[in-house]
Design a binder for this molecule. Structure first.
Ligand code: UD1
Ligand code: CA
Length: 451
């Protein structure tokens, strides 16, 4: 059986009080709607359909190939929203799942259970509910004595007795596709001027057809986001889920409450994450690393056995056994070879440091290629920008750069050369040469010991 999924995301989300529509607000480092789309993708079958209205172009741009987009020009209610997808989906699926776009914590397994429920059902509708003390404006499920669902009553339309019902509609349904497409238009407009999808339950019952509902065991999956308060609650739940997953996979997290790992990050066994650490984007961390405390790593790749203390690493690559920090800053294109050491207050951008090289203190390397076993003295700076253009610096193997050297690019420094402390190097240095001064001049040729 083929299953199509429709996610409702045309509404603006007024209570977010934002220029941006609700489903594009960030959650766990991804836009809110991404989470449900990602779970739905695990069901296979037909590409999900997102019903868009407000900021539809931004939504389509954000999620691209993850979904097909259908415009609902006017937000005339959830029933009207689903109807917009009929033309595209008619004849393409046996079952249709409908989900609200603002429930990011739903899990693929729960949706699979919903599909299984409907496959074993002879009526046209299966749905998910939660039992909760706080109704949060959700519709109430009215069941018959036999247990089937009779009707869904919207919060505003409840009688005082119905108001007491604790079983709530979460807005996740699985329909027999043909029946849905034949009956959707029978929904009549509400006094508020909306076509409620929930009214389709009563339509099925009038035809003598059964509607079944099952309670989701973990009500948090049905947490709808309406305000930024809800957004923060969902963030905390998601963070806990992710942290627990990594701990069960063999990662030590010293303080989960202050550890922020985004969906999409991977971490190897026996790595230890210290407090106040954020791991973001597509970051990949190897095994046996020590990360943090007070560290931010964004879209970067770390090998095994790395140590990163109180540092910021963005779009960078660290091979095995690199150690950096405290207060190191790796920017886009920084690539540190095996065993490189980078101490406090260093910055590296768009540069490669070959294995065994060290920059201990207060240095900036930008647009540079550094050979093996190079020592970058304290305060060394590649002057890579002349006000208009960026220039490259190349330093060959076994070079010793004296403290506070200014390397004015473009520049090439040959193997085993040395620069004296405080030199300003404006011309290429041949291998084995010692240069000193401002600007630096050749002092003498070094002997084979580099003396
Ligand atoms: C709906 C249900 C309610 C359920 C609740 C759970 C109806 C009539 N009621 O109420 O029983 O408890 O969800 O979340 O369905 N949307 C559109 N187009 C529209 C209207 C809504 O795409 O014309 C989208 C919204 O962007 C949102 C979702 O559908 O993502 C739910 O709409 P919302 O207005 O929040 O419905 P509720 O009043 O919460
Ligand atoms: Ca809602």
């Amino acid at each position: 059986m083929k299953t199509a999924t429709i996610l409702l995301a045309a509404g603006k989300g007024t209570r977010m009080r934002s220029k941006r529509i609700k489903v594009l607000h960030p959650l766990g480092g991804k836009p809110l709607l991404w989470h449900a789309l990602n779970e739905v993708a695990q069901l296979g079958d037909v590409k999900p359909t997102v019903i868009v209205g407000y900021q539809s172009e931004e939504v389509a741009e954000t999620f691209g190939e993850m979904a097909t987009y259908v415009q609902q020009a006017e937000q005339l209610g959830t029933g009207h929203a689903v109807l917009q997808a009929r033309e595209n989906l008619l004849g393409h699926a046996d079952l249709v799942i409908v989900l609200p776009g603002d429930m990011p914590l739903v899990r693929a397994e729960t949706l699979k259970r919903l599909i299984d429920m409907q496959q074993a059902h002879n009526g046209p509708i299966s749905m998910l509910t939660v039992i909760a003390e706080d109704p949060r404006g959700f519709g109430r499920i009215v069941r018959s004595p036999a247990g089937g669902v009779e009707v869904i009553v919207e919060d505003v339309d409840c009688t005082p007795e119905q108001r007491l019902i604790k079983e709530l509609n979460v807005g996740m349904y699985c329909f027999q596709a043909d029946w849905l497409w034949d009956n959707l238009e029978k929904i009549t407009v509400s006094p508020k001027g909306e076509y409620y999808l929930t009214d389709i339950v009563a339509i099925a019952r009038q035809q003598g057809l059964s509607v079944q509902a099952e309670v989701i065991p973990d009500a948090r999956e049905a947490m709808g986001i309406n305000t930024r308060v809800h957004l923060a609650e969902a963030e905390a739940i998601l963070r806990k889920r992710i942290n627990e997953q990594w701990m069960l996979e063999g990662v030590t997290i010293i303080d989960p409450a202050s550890t922020y790992i985004e969906t999409g990050v991977t971490i190897g066994q026996d790595t230890i994450i210290y407090p106040n650490t954020s791991l973001r984007g597509s970051t990949r961390i190897g095994s046996d690393c020590h990360i943090g405390p007070n560290t931010l790593i964004q879209d970067s790749e770390l090998g095994n056995g790395c140590e990163v203390l109180s540092s910021v690493v963005e779009f960078a690559k660290l091979e095995d056994h690199v150690d950096i920090g405290p207060f190191a800053h790796l920017r886009k294109g920084a690539h540190l070879g095996e065993g490189v050491h980078m101490g406090n207050f260093g910055e590296v951008k768009n540069s490669y440091l070959a294995p065994g090289s060290k920059m201990g203190h207060f240095s900036y390397l930008g647009d540079a290629t550094i050979g093996q076993n190079v020592n970058i003295g304290a305060g060394t700076i590649t002057c890579n920008f002349d006000g208009k253009n960026k220039h490259h610096t190349t330093i060959e193997d076994d070079v010793f750069i004296g403290s506070d050297t200014m390397l004015v690019a473009p520049l090439h420094i040959g193997k085993k050369a040395r620069t004296g402390a405080g030199s300003v190097v404006t011309k290429d240095v041949e291998s084995g040469m010692l240069v000193v001064g401002v600007p630096a001049y050749n002092l003498r040729k070094l002997d084979s010991e580099g003396e």
